[in-house]
Design a binder for this molecule. Sequence first.
Ligand SMILES: Cc1ncc(C[n+]2csc(CCOP(=O)(O)OP(=O)(O)O)c2C)c(N)n1
Ligand SMILES: [Mg+2]
Length: 384
Amino acid sequence: MAASSATAPARASSADLTRDQLLELYYWMRLTRTLEERLVNLYRQTKVVGGLFRSLGQEACAVGSAYALRREDVLSPLIRNLGSMLVKGATPLEVLRQYMAKGDSPTRGRELNIHFGDVEDRNFVGQISHLGDMVPVMAGVTLSFRLRREPRVGLVYVGDGATSTGAFHEGINFAAVQRCPLVVIVENNCYAYSTPTDRQCAAERLADKAAGYGIPGVRGDGNDVVESYRLTREAVDRARAGGGPTLVELMTYRRKGHAEHDNQSYVPEGEIERWAATNDPIDRYLKRLTTQFGVDASELEALDERVRREVDAATDEAERSPPPPPRDALVGVYADPPRAEELWFRRGQDAAVTEHERPAGWGTFDERNSPTGSPRGPVSREGA
Ligand SMILES: Cc1ncc(C[n+]2csc(CCOP(=O)(O)OP(=O)(O)O)c2C)c(N)n1
Ligand SMILES: [Mg+2]
C-alpha cells in the first residue's frame, strides 16, 4: 500500500491493475473526500482564507487519470484536481496549510487553496486560473520533452467550460501539430459555474473536438475510477511512444457549487440527489471492490480509519503553523538584478520597516502595555 506522501511509481506496461493498486485507488479517493470534508469544517470555522472549491463526485476522474502517470511525468491540475495532486505526491498537510494561508505553506501564504506546484521533484505545476491557459503552457512543457528526447508525458486538465476558450484551441492545435507527448483530460462535470454545458457549447460530445485537431478523442465514464485510469493510461502510453496528444473526455458531475459560497439555485430540483444516490464514484467503487474483486469490507474500513487518522494529524499540525510574518511580503517577489545595488528592504531585518513604514504614532499592539494584560487590540506607543 502507498503511503500518503507517495508519488505514483513507474507502472508496468500492462494496463491491468494489481490488487494493491486497486486498493490504492480507493485510498486516494477516500483521502480526497475526507480532506475536503475537513476543509469544509475549517471553512465554517472561518479558518480557511478565501474560497473553498470541492470535487465532490469527481474524485474518480481526478484520481484515476493521475494514477496513469509516472513520477517524472508532469501533471497540470485545476481546482477540482485535489485528488490528482495527492496521487502525484502533494500532502494533506501542505493542502491544509495552503487553505489556511500559513507561513510554512508551499506558497508562504501568498497563494491559496491548491494553487501551488513542485516542478523539481514530484512534478505538478502551479495552476493559472484563466480558463484554458494551462493547455498552451503544457504544450510548451511537453514540446521540451520531445526536443530533448526525454520519455516523459504531460497531462493537462480542462473543464467543459474551458474547452470553449481561445487558449484551449491554440494550445491543443499547437500540441497536435508538434506531436507533443500531451494528454488533455476534459472533465465534463455538466456545469461551468452556473452554465450547463449545452448552453455554452453546441457540440454534443466534447471528445469530437479532437477531430478538428487531427488527434484521437475518446469519451468515458469519469465516475468509474478504473475506466478513468484505463483511458488515460492508453493516451499516456501513446504519447510516450511518440504518437502525439489525445483528448480524453471524462463524464462526471459537480455535486457542489462552483465554490462553497455558491448555493446552486440554478440546478434543477432533484438532479444533485439523483447523482448522489445512483452515481457516487466512491460508493460505486466500494461495491465493485467487494463484489467483483473480492475485497473484504473490513479492509476498506481499515483504510477509511487510516485516512481519518492522517487527516486528523495533518489538521492538528497545520493549525499549529504560524501565519506568515508581514515582512515576508517584501521578499521573493523580484530577483535582485545582477550587479545592482542591494535592495533597500534586504539591508537588515527590521531596518526599512521600522524606519519608513511604522511611525510610532500609528500605534501597535504590545501585550505588556495592555491595561488588563490580555490581548485587547492596538495600544498606542505614545502611552507606553
Ligand atoms: C478566461 C476566464 N474566463 C472566466 C473565468 C471565471 N471562471 C472561473 S472558473 C469558471 C467556470 C469553469 O468551468 P469549467 O471549465 O467547466 O470547470 P469546472 O469549474 O466545472 O471544473 C469561470 C467562468 C476565468 N477564470 N477565466
Ligand atoms: Mg465544468
